[in-house]
Design a protein around this ligand. Structure first.
Ligand SMILES: [Mn+2]
Length: 395
């Protein structure tokens, strides 16, 4: 193996926090280092459009059955879409988001907006694959999601691959121990209910920052238990179960409602509302300020429904609402939330059958990339200066 191939390989190992060598140098009588490819070109590196499908080319493990690769932050797919009210298809969301992430990788993770990268803060990152959920029995699928989340949440953290790693969750967990953080790829929005049930066992009730065009706090109604739990009512059920603090907050709301009575019930469930248009009326800095003030020092779970983004920019979703935020605005708000006490995150409702040119999957993968930096840094990044001065700032 060439020196540069070895360097690339050790960099990949450092990022992954992997203990084992993934590069099979010899097998039986074969010495790979003497073969034509390796002699001439070194490692079999994955390109931006090649390789097995893991999020951003992270190392991949079926973590539920294989605990051999420790991690600090895991990616986990919940392919589930049988509680949707309009267009189904989000069971293909984890696939679409991973596919949209193919141009993201460890030696191309820095961006000017962050002045940082998900790989610069020492967490061992691992794609834990998808949970095999029942496509026929919602009660079973919801229980499977909770069991899977419980399993990974109770795994010991790796504890960082470099000195940049900082322990974060031990200060909030009921047992005083550090727990891994999971970024879940949905799935329709109901997946948040089993996640909140699981987080409640480790942290008690959490504040929720919820980006969505819809409230998702509508009263749980129906003649059967399963009919009560939908992607529009799961927060009402979570409130009934005392899984959330009444310091939760929505961003990006613009859906049609029954009447103002829906807003009153939303407040009862524990939320404040920042509407889509508030961004124009009050500005992005004030939106960020109010989101931060609302959740304060409490443990925070962040859930982002891709339909918060305008359907022109993210068409692949089940219940699109026109007149939404741009992807750029959402990304900037996410940067402004850095330093809060995040215990987990998700992105939901990506349904790639309705996509054009993979635009939604790429946007969702980019937002997950942002989540991974947001969860690891202590404060929002300062704006890029370039040719400007502080006096040029418009807010
Ligand atoms: Mn939603």
């Amino acid at each position: 193996m060439s020196r540069s191939a070895l360097a690339a390989l050790s960099a990949a190992l450092l990022v992954a926090g992997h203990a084992q060598d993934p590069f099979v140098v010899t097998h039986g009588n074969i010495d790979v280092t003497q073969e034509p490819w390796t002699t001439k070109y070194g490692a079999q590196t994955d390109l931006g459009y090649t390789g097995p499908l893991s999020f951003s080319h992270f190392p991949y493990a079926k973590c539920l059955e294989d605990a051999s690769t420790p991690f600090d932050i895991a990616i986990l797919g919940f392919p589930f879409d049988t509680t949707t009210s309009y267009r189904p298809g989000a069971r293909f969301g984890p696939f679409a988001i991973r596919s949209g992430s193919r141009r993201q990788h460890h030696n191309r993770g820095y961006s000017l907006a962050w002045d940082s990268s998900p790989y610069a803060h020492g967490s061992a990152l691992l794609d834990c694959g998808d949970v095999p959920l029942s496509g026929y029995d919602n009660a079973k699928a919801i229980d499977q999601m909770e069991a899977a989340y419980d399993t990974l949440l109770q795994r010991p953290v790796f504890g960082g691959v470099s000195e940049q790693y900082k322990s974060t969750t031990a200060a909030f967990s009921l047992d005083g121990k550090e727990h891994p953080r999971i970024v879940t790829l949905g799935g329709d929005h109901t997946i948040v209910l089993p996640i909140l049930r699981s987080l409640n066992k480790v942290y008690g009730p959490v504040s929720v920052i919820h980006f969505d065009a819809h409230l998702d706090t509508w009263p749980a109604r129906g003649s059967t238990d399963q009919e009560r739990i939908t992607h529009g009512s799961f927060f009402d059920v979570a409130h009934d179960e005392n899984l959330m603090r009444n310091t939760s907050i929505h961003g990006g709301i613009r859906c049609k409602m029954t009447d103002f009575v829906d807003m009153e019930h939303d407040e009862f469930v524990g939320f404040q509302v920042i509407s889509t248009d508030d961004l124009d009326d009050y500005g992005i800095v004030n939106v960020i300020k109010r989101l931060r003030e609302r959740v304060g020092d409490s443990p925070v779970y962040i859930t982002l429904d891709i339909d918060v983004v305008d359907p022109a920019l993210a068409p692949a979703t089940g219940t699109p609402e026109t007149g939404g935020w741009t992807t750029r605005e959402v990304k900037r708000i996410i940067r402004g939330l850095s330093g809060l006490n995040f215990v987990g995150a998700d992105i939901v409702e990506v349904a790639p059958a309705y996509d054009n040119a993979d635009i939604t999957g790429i946007a969702a993968a980019d937002i997950v990339h942002d989540f991974l930096v947001m969860m690891q840094i202590e404060a929002p990044p300062k704006p890029h200066v370039g040719p400007f001065t502080k006096d040029d700032l418009i807010f």
